[in-house]
Design a protein around this ligand. Structure first.
Ligand SMILES: Cc1cc2nc3c(=O)[nH]c(=O)nc-3n(C[C@H](O)[C@H](O)[C@H](O)COP(=O)(O)OP(=O)(O)OC[C@H]3O[C@@H](n4cnc5c(N)ncnc54)[C@H](O)[C@@H]3O)c2cc1C
Length: 647
């Protein structure tokens, strides 16, 4: 589905003055141009001395409130790409040496990097000097928040990481950290109103678009049976019947095979091929289900192993009578974990953005008021306090690391020199130890002296590109009229959208009445079905970096306008703000039985890649090939144990 016709721009509201476009157009440009296009550089100019650039000290510096293209924002990625393309910063003069020396320098201020700083301070004591460097204008990596204002009312959205997923599956170290930050996951049950939307008779809907299905039609699932639902869709009669047949899944489509033999075969075929060649559904059912796997796999059902889809409870497998439990080659995401039946409710109004905020407050108490998991929700972080002289822990944003080199032979060196680009100039610090909590693919560029085998292993995985868009709407009466709280869009630019998660915490109240302003969450996964999986991810990343905000905006307005039109939604009138969180380097790459060998653990690229190298250790979720918060923390813990031995 796509709205190419700009004649309708006026009715979509493209000319309306909403909060948007402060940051526009992440167009790939040459290094100099890109540096100058960084919003913070535009605002603060290119200073003569490398140390004069300090936008974070401005009282108005508050990245969560920025709208437009966020996530990997303009100015955050260009240096990294120039480094990838061979740009070097070898001719750095002495003036770039900050003279600073740390016990630990952490590259990457996501949950893993912040957790590494936390564990290090806990083990080494409060006097340990730590510097965290991150290329973005905000901390938290994927675990970030977006803020909007409606009059004086603060409306919070989640910019990336949403849930503390199955906390009962967390390791002692990761759940221990969560508890030490003051998070009592059980208290979330009180704050999360699980029945809120159903109590208003709002449920799920599906929007069929005319480009894909011949007609624009929103079909509300409500209390109807699947057969009743299917009958209302524009699918042809055979597809309607097949949808029901697939869902009932009564038949054994692999007769004569044992459970293990079936599982073995299902690891090697995609879900699409299973339902096409074994269940033999009408092609329209495949079109209908094509993007069902996008939000987890970042790709369609042709790239998702059938066995993983069985693990996720997708339809069509009941008659196979597969034995419960994991099977070699299943993705870590689909293997059951935690206490069975554990609900999916553990998050703050900003998703896991508050975990990052709590970590920052724990590391630098002056950065935010308060001391509870509730008061962090509305606390305004003081970015000016993140990087101050004399503080044992400093967080330096807008700083892209381009080198982490031992001073001398990596096996005997006593120090690592870390060089980063900030405000368009190179700066250098020294550290007794260094943890790279950035993405695996970046590490070989930072450490060219690393063994080739390790570098090859580090670049094996390709992170999954995806977009989390937040749209601030002035009210949600159209949803109430239509009886939906979430809508999936099988042919949509965004694969679906939903009303915000109903969680109130501390002073923050979610929008209880349909007349209240609300944040809509939308997900987009740029896929290229037909390409090998990792190529799809690379292509999606490129697409995200060149797509202009205006294109996102037009698609968002068109999609919402058409899907909700019968409820009276008017995109020109009802949309008050848009924040597109693009994550070209999103989820950590998880091994997939269709596309990767089934390695024993010690042969997995992530295990080979995360070996310590001299005084440098490696954290981040890529090091576990597992795209969740807990591996990010676990890898930080391991990396800290490694560097403590070197300190
Ligand atoms: C949209 C989205 C939704 C998600 N939802 C969930 C969820 O609901 N539940 C869950 O458990 N997990 C979820 N995840 C996964 C989870 O967010 C991650 O596993 C976790 O946050 C990763 O943390 P990290 O610190 O390892 O990496 P990141 O968050 O990526 O942090 C790494 C940081 O290093 C920085 N960096 C990279 N290179 C450099 C450099 N050269 N110099 C300086 N800095 C650099 C990066 O820009 C980044 O800020 C989601 C991920 C995404 C993208």
């Amino acid at each position: 589905m796509t709205s190419r016709n700009r004649d309708g721009d006026h009715s979509l509201g493209m000319d309306r003055p909403i909060t948007r476009r402060q940051f526009i157009n992440g167009v790939s440009v040459a290094v100099t141009g890109s540096l100058l296009s960084s919003p913070w550089l535009k605002a603060y100019g290119v200073p003569g001395s490398p140390f004069q650039f300090a936008p974070e000290k401005d009282p108005g510096y508050y990245p969560p409130a920025l709208t437009g293209l966020r996530g990997s924002q303009e100015g955050a990625w260009e240096i990294g790409h120039a480094m990838r393309d061979g740009e070097t910063w070898d001719a750095i003069g002495q003036e770039a040496d900050t003279g600073e020396s740390y016990d630990l320098v952490v590259v990457g201020g996501g949950i893993s990097g912040l957790a590494a700083a936390y564990f290090c301070r806990k083990a080494a004591g409060p006097q340990a000097r730590t510097l965290v460097l991150d290329n973005h204008d905000d901390f938290g990596g994927h675990a970030r928040r977006n803020e909007f204002k409606h009059g004086n009312r603060l409306v919070i959205g989640c910019g990336g990481t949403v849930y503390i997923d199955t906390p009962s599956s967390y390791s002692p170290e990761s759940i221990g950290l969560i508890r030490e930050l003051g998070i009592d996951v059980n208290r979330v049950y009180q704050y999360f109103d699980d029945d809120f939307y159903s109590s208003l008779n709002l449920g799920r809907g599906v929007f069929f678009d005319k480009e894909t299905f011949g007609v624009d039609r929103l079909v509300v699932r409500g209390d109807s049976t699947l057969a009743e639902f299917a009958a209302q869709t524009p699918l042809n009669p055979t597809a309607q019947k097949d949808l029901v047949r697939l869902s009932e899944g009564k038949k054994d489509y692999m007769p004569g095979l044992t459970s293990d033999e079936k599982k073995e075969r299902l690891t090697k075929i995609s879900y699409r091929d299973y339902i096409r060649n074994y269940v033999k559904v009408d092609p329209q059912v495949i079109t209908y289900l094509q993007n069902r796997t996008h939000s987890l796999f970042g790709a369609g059902i042709e790239a998702a192993p059938a066995l993983d889809c069985w693990g996720l409870g997708y339809p069509g497998f009941q008659g196979l009578n597969l034995e419960k439990g994991p099977y070699p080659g299943m993705s870590l995401t689909t293997v059951p974990r935690g206490t069975p039946g554990e609900p999916y409710v553990f998050h703050f109004p900003d998703g896991c953005g508050s975990i990052s905020r709590l970590l920052v407050r724990a590391l630098i108490p002056e950065s935010a008021p308060g001391n509870t998991m509730e008061d962090i929700v509305t606390a305004r972080l003081n970015y000016a306090r993140l990087d101050e002289d004399g503080q044992p822990v400093r967080i330096r944003l807008n700083s892209t690391v381009v080198r982490a080199l031992h001073r001398g032979d990596p096996q005997s060196a006593k120090e690592v020199e870390v060089t980063y680009i900030r405000g368009g100039k190179a700066q250098r610090v020294r550290a007794k130890t260094c943890i790279l909590a950035c993405w695996n693919s970046v590490i070989p560029h930072l450490c060219p002296e690393m063994p080739e085998k390790q570098k090859t292993a580090l670049v094996y995985g390709v992170k999954v590109p995806l977009v989390y868009t937040n749209v601030m709407i002035r009210n949600w009466t159209s949803f109430q009229k239509l009886g939906v709280s979430s809508v999936s869009c099988p042919g949509g630019f965004h694969t679906g959208f939903s009303l915000d998660i109903p969680v109130s915490m501390g002073d923050y109240q979610f929008a209880r009445t349909p007349e209240d302003p609300m944040v809509l969450s939308m997900i987009r996964t740029p896929c290229s079905p037909g390409l090998p999986l990792r190529e799809q991810y690379r292509a999606g990343r490129e697409e995200l970096l060149v797509m202009e905000f205006e294109t996102f905006e037009r698609e968002i307005r068109d999609q919402l306008g058409r899907a909700l039109s019968t409820g009276g939604f008017d995109p020109a009138r009802d949309i008050e703000g848009i924040t597109v969180n693009r994550w070209p380097h999103g989820y950590a790459y998880e091994y997939n039985s269709l596309w990767d060998p089934i390695w024993p653990e010690e042969k997995q690229p992530c295990v080979i890649g995360r070996k310590p190298f001299g005084r440098i250790s490696i954290a981040n979720s890529d090091a576990a090939a597992f795209a969740y918060v807990n591996p990010a923390i676990d890898q930080a813990y391991r990396a800290v144990q490694e560097v403590l031995k070197k300190a």
